[in-house]
Design a protein around this ligand. Sequence first.
Ligand code: ZN
Length: 316
Amino acid sequence: MKEDIIQLSIPTPFAVGDVHAYILKGEAVTLVDCGPMTEEAEHAFVTQLHEHRLSIDDIDQVVLTHHHADHVGLLNLMKPHVRVIGHQLNEPYISQDPLFKERQITFTKHLFQQLGVPLRPDECERIVKQSYTYSCTAHVDDVIKEGDRLKGHEQFYVIETPGHAQSHLSFLDETTGHFIGGDLLLTTISSNPLMEAPYEGEERQKSLLQYKASLNRLLHLPIKTIYPGHGQLITSHHELIEERFKKQEKRANTMYQLLKRKEMTAFHLCRKLFPVLYEEALFLTMSETVGQLDVLLEAGQIEEVQKDGILYYKAN
Ligand SMILES: [Zn+2]
């Protein structure tokens, strides 16, 4: 059965601008993602549903591409019978599990200290709590994973695409080449691979390495059109991915050249790379810096030395 994909554009209070949610009308009416929990977003969401002769009551299930607030906040509007479907790693974020928040704060404090970020401990707490401001309190009812089919839309299968978020999933309709890509690939901005607190007892995931692997996978899938989480539809993803890879290579090389001159902490590097942005977007810019360091370490171009609990990086 051919799917209709309806795009809804919902305002967000974030620099990225509108977020796209999608309605799939097949054997079920499925919402993929929703906006942040703001009045403007709620208004835009309800109005656009009406324009398509739908209401919140018509939605049978919500599928999540990932757990970020701009994609999940409006889950708060869903009726109790609506099932929430997504990666299991959405759960602690969308339920705002207090124990998990504590772990995130501890993780951020420890990590930032190691990376040489001069932050007061209460600022780490603020950074973590801030990420929940426009989020929801909900639960994942059905966990899906690589290779599963979307219930009610069997031609869509699930592809795990971690990097931007550990919970990130994408959905490919093999019959049409339609690919619902969340924040995996966007035309407007390059998607950030973000650091996340690992599961208990596990190591921090190397999100930029994961992200690059996820983009590489896209090159080998029968994709015609990407329906992204932000910005325009993408019909030439090979070119865009190539651009993203080039930009990443350039940044990695800039870092390598800096480290050839002098050993530095990740924070020191971050300030060099993002002299204007680092203060207002510390977590994003540090995530990007750490991501590139992971890439250079993996390639054996640099090494990491620990002194008094702080990590320093130098070129080999
Ligand atoms: Zn996101």
